[in-house]
Design a protein. Structure first.
Length: 276
């Protein structure tokens, strides 16, 4: 499941650290009705999720899903330090000028337990998120949602760098930059492969793993986003917009546009330029 169309609601955030051992129960068992991300910055112990035990240590991120019983066992000699955010979310789509909302109870694409490397950026965002929630200055609801989205992005980027060859990720970014520079042209997979010195097969697979899109889907997305801007300016016909973005066939351009936006280029023009 992709997170790009998700709308989040934060129930609460907290930060707990350096508990006195006499105040802490040795083991806590609970089930929650929402999602939780818990990031440990110190202490020792373990968490049991679905009968699997995970060690608690600095840099560990735990993802707790709704209605999943879990237990936390704490080492009273080294009490835990934790930042956590409790949230729910829905899938929100915008298509053909209409909003569609669907409640989600599925898991985010995260493991129950993940050891993060070089997590200082994540810890910094998490701290800002919790601080914003606790201080509750005007606008804190919107600020915390924005920080939470930044947090998720940072987590996914951190995990991606661990899973994949980081040099390959940089090459994917180079491909995207090249796409922007050549938005008015046609590019081939062979051309892109030669640019970053990777085989076509490996590049295609790596690009999809990094972006969630195939190469052609992503390049078309860049082009269609630019097409909406050109159409809204109102001084170009659909055929001229298509040609300006490297589409030889106006009808192929229209099919791609409608598939992505839910309406044809001419309908988009009518709704956004004439306000029909």
């Amino acid at each position: 499941m992709s997170i790009k169309n998700l709308f989040f609601h934060i129930h609460y955030c907290n930060c707990r650290k350096n508990y006195e051992s006499e105040r802490l129960p040795r083991k806590i068992t609970r089930t929650i009705q929402h999602h939780e991300l818990a990031f440990f910055t110190g202490g020792k112990g373990s968490i049991i999720i679905e009968n699997k035990r995970y060690s608690i240590k600095e840099g560990m991120l735990f993802y707790i899903c709704p209605n999943v019983q879990h237990s936390i066992e704490i080492d009273t000699k080294e009490p835990i330090c934790i930042r956590s955010v409790h949230f729910s979310y829905a899938q929100v789509n915008f298509n053909d000028s209409k909003w569609a909302i669907r409640d989600e109870v599925k898991m985010l694409p995260l493991h129950f337990a993940q050891e993060l490397k070089d997590y200082y950026h994540i810890d910094d965002i998490f701290k800002k998120l919790v601080d914003s929630w606790n201080t509750k200055l005007p606008g804190y609801e919107f600020i915390t949602k924005t920080l939470f989205q930044q947090l998720l992005i940072a987590i996914y980027q951190n995990i991606r760098k661990q899973k994949q060859n980081y040099s390959t990720s940089l090459k994917v970014e180079k491909i995207i930059q090249y796409m922007h520079q050549n938005i008015n042209n046609r590019v081939t997979l062979t051309e892109l492969s030669d640019l970053v010195h990777l085989s076509s097969t490996y590049l295609s697979r790596s690009f999809k793993e990094n972006t969630g899109y195939s190469i052609i889907e992503f390049f078309n997305k860049i082009k269609i986003d630019k097409a909406k801007e050109l159409i809204a300016e109102g001084d170009k016909k659909v055929k001229e917009v298509a040609q300006a973005l490297g589409f030889i066939d106006e009808f192929y351009f229209s099919r791609i546009f409608k598939r992505m936006e839910g309406i044809s280029p001419s309908e988009y023009y009518s709704k956004n330029v004439h306000g029909v």
